[in-house]
Design a protein around this ligand. Structure first.
Ligand code: SAH
Length: 255
């Protein structure tokens, strides 16, 4: 599949509400999601990974294993379960969306998480992306601004045994300084400009993956080098729900 085709599909599918195995041994205290062999949705997930994710170039075996393992259908409304493994985003409560599987996998891969990583997520939503991160990282901290979503994601992640994922209700604009520095920060709602406090909470070598823009958005990766300098890279045009809260009162960029 060509990259432009993938881009077009990502754009047309992402966040419709607005616009776009474990292969290693399980460690003590790690998620207790059913093993793949006893999961009736295993085949649906395997097909999703092969046709939507690997086919578009996601290669990291840990990311592919997590995408094969996390039960996406349990993070969407009961009425949407039959469509949970399809190649598009789905509505969740509060007029928000759970991203297209490919975008979840791509953003996770772009974080290039080291072993025993500590990760911050802004925009918990359904908790699905948090669970995928929970498969790869030692500690995941996730902030959600919509109280009902924060509560339901907390409950869901607890039920599924993701003891290494902590969700808090609030505005993620100022990050979670008590747990900084982070090896990776992932933002799943789009601000018009980069929230500076988030960049500050990135550790040396850390990466922030974030969609930036208004109607037209670009998925970007910011990498903090050992000397503290930050390098910015554009990845793909995308469409996410807007980041709300404090970021909306920040001056918009001049360019
Ligand atoms: N990662 C989610 C996708 C959620 S959509 C999933 O896997 O389901 C983006 C989410 O960002 C929405 O739930 C929205 O309420 C939340 N959000 C928007 N602005 C925010 C902010 N300032 N702080 C925290 N969450 C925010």
């Amino acid at each position: 599949m060509t990259r432009s085709w993938a881009i077009a599909l990502a754009l047309s599918c992402l966040c419709f509400g607005l616009a776009a195995d474990g292969c290693g041994p399980r460690r003590e205290g790690q998620p207790k999601v059913q093993s793949a062999s006893s999961d009736p949705d295993d085949a649906r997930r395997a097909r999703m990974v092969e046709t939507q994710i690997q086919a578009r170039g996601v290669r990291d075996p840990r990311v592919l294993a997590a995408m094969r393992k996390v039960p996406r259908h349990l993070f969407v409304d009961a009425a949407e379960r039959g469509r949970a493994y399809e190649d598009h985003p789905l509505p969740i409560a509060g007029s928000q969306t759970i991203s297209q599987p490919y975008i979840v996998a791509l953003m996770t891969e772009l974080l290039e998480l080291p072993e025993k990583a500590r990760v911050l997520e802004i925009g918990t939503g359904s908790g699905y992306q948090s669970a995928v991160l929970g498969e790869l990282a030692a500690e995941v901290y996730s902030i959600e601004i919509v109280p009902t979503l924060a509560r339901s994601a907390t409950e869901k992640l607890k039920q599924l045994g993701y003891a290494n994922v902590t969700v808090r209700e609030g505005d993620g604009y100022r990050g979670w300084p008590e747990h900084a520095p982070f090896d990776g920060i992932i933002v799943t709602a789009a601000p018009e400009r980069i929230p500076e406090p988030l960049l500050e909470q990135l550790g040396p070598g850390g990466r922030m993956v974030i969609p930036v823009g208004g109607f037209f958005q670009e998925l970007k990766v910011f990498t903090k080098q050992a000397d503290g300098r930050v390098v910015e890279k554009d990845v793909l045009p995308v469409r996410f729900v807007p980041m709300t809260g404090e970021v909306e009162s920040q001056p918009t960029p001049k360019d």
